[in-house]
Design a protein around this ligand. Sequence first.
Ligand SMILES: Cc1ncc(COP(=O)(O)O)c(C=O)c1O
Length: 379
Amino acid sequence: MINYGKQFVDDDDIKSVIKVLKSNFLTQGPLVKKFERQLQKKLISKYAICVSSGSGALHIVAKSLNLKKGDKVISSPITFLAGIAGAIHCGAYPEFVDIDKNTYNIDTNKLEDKLKKQKRVKAAIITDFAGQPSDWEDLYYLKKKYNIILINDNCHSIGATYKNNIGYALKYSDVSCLSFHPVKHITTGEGGAILTNNKKLSLQYELYRSHGIQRNYRNSHEPWVYKVDNLGFNYRLSDINAGLGISQLNKLDKFISFRKKIANAYFKKLQNIEELKLPYLNKDRTHSYHLYVLRINFKKINKKKKDLFKIFAKNGIKLQVHYIPIFLQPYFKKNFNINYKNFPNSMNYYDEAFSIPIYYGLKNNVINKVEKILKNFLK
Ligand SMILES: Cc1ncc(COP(=O)(O)O)c(C=O)c1O
């Protein structure tokens, strides 16, 4: 079965991991630091803190917000729920803001409406959906005007650019979180990272990654001493994972250009099919194509999304939906007061959207098959 995404692992990756397995350190060794330095350089950040997942990254970042009861954190409903979940774990009340109907990123006008009404918003988590940067200049303006912290969920968009800048995430936001899950651009198995230019935050993130343990209280007479002022987690990345990450990061540019080629091939083949809505591209940014999302107004053509999924599955292709609006999950319905009428774009999107395969190494025959199945379905 062909999935919407998967990893690409070559001999260099395997060699890199074997080398770690033969070394003295499987974890807490030198490779995490090395991977962090490479991420800093590639993505133009002063600090990088590797962790065991993108979700762990977002949780640590939320912990560092020091939320008080009644503080609110904003998310788009059309993203993975790990960001807002991390904030809720740290005491936030979640608030949602609808997506833009073309880019599927957060709608910055609706975000401003929300910020005007809600006094206790501490932070907004901004996903650069599918791999296309959000409206960062507008977001930065809102950050300054309403004094909020911007957390960039960069789990889809490593290597994307905004106004020719690959380091855009930290130009406009306070902190940026990455995921190295196998469906993402580069993988460490499980893994993630937090990027920031703020030294104080970077030190906090490092502490929270490893139980809050401060070891610099050791001295020669009491070499066992450490101190914990605040409780953290074990969200460390192992050296085995970091070894894989280092060799994967060398291939990032190649991975992204391949994904762009697939996107261009889909565009050429699908652009004239009237019933299909293709990804909208902003001219001042580049897309790194973690996902390739299509939309069909199924109601209008009197067909069902689930039938499209069945036909694709019969042909060996597993479609996916990114995402069910977060607030439709029973946990959110039970615990929070959400008026669905405020989210027309998210609800329409959910009715219509589905993701087709895009990953490094995807074969042309799959692209041809996708085209053929879609044309047959729409006939
Ligand atoms: C937008 C977004 N945020 C956060 C995450 C969480 O990352 P991870 O799976 O590494 O925990 C993901 C991964 O699926 C994601 O797509």
